[in-house]
Design a protein around this ligand. Structure first.
Ligand SMILES: Nc1ncnc2c1ncn2[C@@H]1O[C@H](COP(=O)(O)OP(=O)(O)OP(=O)(O)O)[C@@H](O)[C@H]1O
Ligand SMILES: [Mg+2]
Length: 278
């Protein structure tokens, strides 16, 4: 199948860094429509830079980035490319612009100059998809962090993108808000078929990803499924990355002599495994 997103031998460094190491180096990446790709990596490993390269906020110093066949350096295509690939950032407060939820979600479609009936349709649909229909007339500043972030997601969805890029969307949220956002993202990927690129520091959030890319020093250090990755406990420690708590617990129990599988990601799996012990 043809890739929706393609990075060919991409190198990047910020302008003021001419004599320094690359921020991103030799990135080759193909992402197929409908995939859920997670990206993890230590602070400063280049994850946010990659996100910005994907929609042409930044342009590669070398190499090329394509979305739906369109290359980000082609100025005339950039407008369309940005509708196709939307980005959701960390801080929901910086992403909300209006005083009423539905007006906020309508902001993008309005800028497209769409007829008002079409805008109405898109806003209703987007709010439904993130489970915020009941808050259409609410004031964003009165919402919880998780709800605000879902409104921000709705604003991007109202542009009818094929692909959503999330750059640590839960970093500023409480556990409840984190869960709401993760469930929304999974729903959009599974039920709506949106391609998802999800950057996070929380391993628990990406146990259902199709692939996890581990960035280290501007390179893709590892690419694996969650199952493959989380069992490399020592390797993850080397890369200063967390392991899902349950997997860590299973690993510790196994290290201390219990005969249990360490390939475990949920508390249910761990309980089942423990019940098998004689
Ligand atoms: N605007 C900028 N100008 C100069 N250097 C920058 C700029 N933005 C980021 N950098 C540098 O580029 C490198 C990669 O930064 P980036 O923000 O992409 O990392 P990250 O993986 O997203 O980190 P974090 O996990 O902290 O969000 C870092 O060394 C950072 O200091
Ligand atoms: Mg970042």
């Amino acid at each position: 199948m043809e890739s929706l997103i393609e990075l060919k031998d991409v190198y990047y460094r910020y302008q003021e860094q001419e004599d320094e190491d690359w921020v991103l180096e030799n990135i080759d990446l193909e992402i197929t429509a409908g995939e859920f790709i997670a990206i993890v990596g230590h602070n400063g490993s280049g994850k946010s830079t990659l996100a910005k390269l994907l929609n042409g906020i930044l342009l590669p110093t070398q190499g090329e980035v394509r979305v739906g066949g369109k290359v980000t350096t082609e100025q005339e295509d950039l407008w369309q490319l940005r509708q196709q690939l939307g980005i959701v950032f960390q801080n929901p407060d910086n992403q909300l612009v209006a005083n009423i939820v539905e007006e906020d979600v309508a902001f993008g479609p309005e800028n497209l100059g769409l007829p008002s009936a079409e805008i109405r349709k898109r806003v209703d649909e987007a709010l439904r998809l993130v489970g915020m229909t009941d808050f259409a007339r609410a004031a964003p500043h009165k919402l919880s962090g998780g709800q605000k972030q879902r409104v921000a997601i709705a604003g991007v969805i109202a542009m009818r993108p094929d692909c959503l890029v999330f750059d640590e969307p839960t970093a500023m949220l409480d556990p409840q808000g984190r869960q709401e956002v993760v469930e929304t993202v999974e729903h959009l990927n599974r039920q709506e078929g949106l391609t998802v690129i999800y950057i996070t520091h929380f391993m628990e959030e990406i146990i259902n990803a199709d692939r996890i890319l581990v960035f280290a020093d501007g390179k893709v250090e590892l690419a694996a499924t969650p199952k493959e990755l989380f069992t490399k406990v020592d390797k993850l420690r080397d890369l200063a990355l967390d392991i899902p708590q349950i997997t860590e617990l299973a690993y510790q129990l196994s290290e201390s002599g219990l005969d249990i599988d360490t390939n475990i990601f949920t508390s249910t799996e761990l309980v089942e495994e423990l019940c098998l012990l004689k």
